[in-house]
Design a protein around this ligand. Sequence first.
Ligand code: ADP
Ligand code: MG
Length: 749
Amino acid sequence: MSSSNGHSFSGLSAARHEAIAATTVSGWKQRHHENGHGANGSQSGIQRVDSIYGADVFSQKVMRQRLPKEVYKRLMETIHKGKTIDPQIADIVAAAMKDWAIENGATHYTHWFQPLTGLTAEKHDAMLVPDATGGVLFDFSGKALVQGEPDASSFPSGGLRATFEARGYTAWDPTSPAFLNRSEGSVTLCIPTAFVSWTGEALDKKTPLLRSMEAISEQAMRILKLFGTDRGVSRVLTTLGPEQEYFLVDNNFYHARPDLVVCNRTLFGAKPPKGQQLEDHYFGSIPARVMAFMSEVERECYRVGIPLKTRHNEVAPGQYEFAPIFETTNVACDHQMLLMETLRRVAPKFGLQCILHEKPFAGINGSGKHNNWSISTDTGVNLLDPLDETHTNLQFLVFVCAVIRAVDSHADLLRASVASAANDHRLGANEAPPAIISIFLGDMLTDIMAQIETGAFKRTLKGGDLDLGTRTLPLLPRDSGDRNRTSPFAFTGNKFEFRAVGSSATSAWPNTVLNTILAESLDHVATRLEKAVGRSPSETRLQAAVKALLKQIVKQHKRVIFNGDGYSEAWHAEAERRGLPNLRDTVEALPALKSKKAVDLFKKYKVLSKPETESRAYILMERFVKEVAIEAETMVTIARTMILPAALEYQTRLAEAVSAADKAGVDVDDQKECLEKYVALIAALRAATDEVDRAAEHHEEDPFKHGQQIRRDLRPAMTELRKVADELETVIPVSLWPLPSYRELLFIK
Ligand code: ADP
Ligand code: MG
């Protein structure tokens, strides 16, 4: 039916109908073919993965084949040992890269970078130039490879760059491989780059990450030297394996929800009768359409060398996850950005939309990006591997205690590193890692920490075997501790998992912070140990010094260790007793980033200068303010132009029904009461809408002050508006309700 106020609900019903039809396997397959996407998902279209893996990467293998031996060797020194690149070498590399790209169909190249918008940016240049005789030739010089100059004036700089001096430079990062980006009918050579201002200030997420990796390497090498384990090691790296959670919703429903389209999350939506109570989605069988989507994502990722490893259903209905094999943090962060782009780009081919927002739906789980993080030598030794007899593995204990010290000393900064308007709805809600930063160590390490405190290094708890009670199943070695899913920062066997990172965030920034705080902690440890053991450390002196220092660290920082249920009320009270910060939202968390402590830390380890740190805090806060303002505006528009008209339409029908019944001589007291209650609900909707509108009309120069107002007035007003609207959704007929429901968004696959 069509409503009298000019809003066509019939269009929506058609969309609903189409979406439901499309979810049948034959439905999307048919559409897929009609759209000319070929036979994906059918047997004939399947290519062997090993034939495409890395096909679009200018990899070490390709370089070895195409570069003169000496040039290849020098380039590897840059990549693996951090040596500066020589311009002559750059010319030769550029020529080889150009030939390779052109042979693979490329016409353009781009310096691919990560500005402070949180997205990636690219400006394409053709490699073609007229040859002055009427033809063209391909040109791509070493200079074009090494340096670019996009107009920087439209990217956020937080005051770092005056607009009259809008120059920004991109600089080639040879440690992250170039790749080809394929889209319908075009191939572009993408060169990962850092983005800096004319004066050398970082305007991106990659530059500080690379600097933080330098910092951690320098400090960690000092520890290895003390233990004599630095032989053959030129640098220490961090490794990252980010797990990516996401939602998929049907394209038609998505487009019928302005809130999803504009804000990537639902601003309204009554709880469906079935949420995730049955816990039947997690690790369940993957729906056919989703499976087809996942395979295509994998193929696209494999082409550019993203080593995706696992795929599965997540806890919430409509929620899924991909996880890669871990890589050097810098490369993993680039791959993580590419994965997010690929997810978004591929979904519509299957009639889906991929939602990366941290909390797209109220009342069910949100999405995170579990940041699996470890420290390793460039020879491949994982420095967070406890080995079998952990209590004797002093070097490992030094690294673990340094992590504990770092996380406790900089819990506020770590919390700030994951703060965003979107993540606010997830952290601290009762199904996501809480905003209180604590560390889960598990039984074995907790037991060793207790031993360190008493000075007795006696034993390593073992898990033993798990007897499954049947003869046909093998005995499984049991881990020495169970998993804990409620901790924001958990030791998981040979790495730490920072779970508070949001699903839509870039990995680069939280890892920059992690690396920097650990660099500081390792510096602290190395300085004390070097002092204690002198120039020629003997084994016994080193052992005594390590034991004494670790004892001190455990005593001072054990308050951050918590193995219990991080979601419980009791923990909140306990954390407060322990003096741990509980920064509940972005407004409370972000000031830590511009504190003197943080500014000094980044400056000391040459990760960010004072203006660079302050500008980042400013940009993040400004983004928070803008995002919530857009949400508020979208809410008001939906309430006024979609919900209220539908509500009034139903009011008319109710009133007509009452009046007709009255005329027929029926007792209508009860119906009248219903109508009156309903009319009151509409009045509440109007009032709540006006209140959001009013609270959103706030202007303030300083985003930090504006954030306070948002926290105090705007967000509570938005919560109230949603409450009233969601109540209306439960009484207004489905045929009149203008938005696809949670049931449709989440359960139609
Ligand atoms: P879980 O049992 O927590 O699911 P997995 O071993 O399956 O752990 O790994 C989850 C993620 O952790 C994967 O992306 C994996 O690549 C990553 N990972 C494993 N080892 C490391 C490491 N040493 N450094 C960084 N990430 C790692
Ligand atoms: Mg997970």
